[in-house]
Design a protein around this ligand. Sequence first.
Ligand code: PBG
Length: 322
Amino acid sequence: MIERPRRLRSSAAVRRLVRETHLVPSQLVLPMFVAEGASEPRPIASMPGVVQHSRDTARRAYSEAAALGLGGVMLFGVPERKDAVGSGACDPDGILNVAIADARAEVGDGLLVMSDLCLDEFTDHGHCGVLDAEGQVDNDATLEVYAQMAVAQAAAGAHVVAPSGMMDGQVGVIRDALDEARHLDTIVLAYAAKYASAFYGPFREAVDSSLQGDRRTYQQDPANRREALRETLLDVEQGADIVMVKPAMSYLDVLADVRLAVDLPVAAYQVSGEYAMIEAAAANGWIDRDRAIDESLLSIRRAGADIVLTYWAAEVAARLKR
Ligand code: PBG
């Protein structure tokens, strides 16, 4: 026998030598929820271990994330009051903008402060944009709000804004608005290929959203692979700095395609339902929790993600440090 692939697996030392993919804290980003008016953290039942932070506990989490060497935090706001047009999103005193400023005050430039740029956390109907007279999401009217929201987030101190609403033209409009307001260095991380996924289920609880209807007229059909490239290339043309695929684990083929199609850094979002599945199976003793977490993250990196957003970012980074 000439070929004996087992030779390169025969000891821990050789396995370490030939390992192709690594997890490093600097490529992990921690998504966080900050709730307006909360005096203490509120657990999210469908995401055991994840909370809606108060501003104070969030501050501690930002500095911990910086100390762990994470790549960044991705902030989501949970407002006390929602309305039809998502007014809290553009208000400098709105919870997300306040949380961005808190994070910058806490970590300076030692950690990238990223913010979700979407209206669904702020609207009472739960859609990612404003509605027209027929109750449909109005693409172009929504773009105007996104432009204002981007400038508000950059003014609050966001290093990175992350448009996630899947409106046509959103990246271009946001880039123009940022440039016009002289936020030339604010980075746009575009949710380029974002699917209408059942795996966002626990996120609705995380942001207290009661979505009326579904998002199938703006998020992508899970059956489509080529369409992801069309969406991604449009975002690149419009000035995206980083492109993201979401969810991650059920879309590794898409991630691999996107990796080959662009030269930009590629991110993937391991979403709430992916987190919940592994936590639930582990809680039942059906899988080895830590190994399953690492394997899931490695698969996402192996498929082509440079950057992974994961609710386990801090935990995994702490484990890598030990
Ligand atoms: C939109 C947004 C969503 C998530 C991140 N940004 C919800 C959606 O598109 O329906 C989901 C993240 C997760 O499930 O962990 N603001």
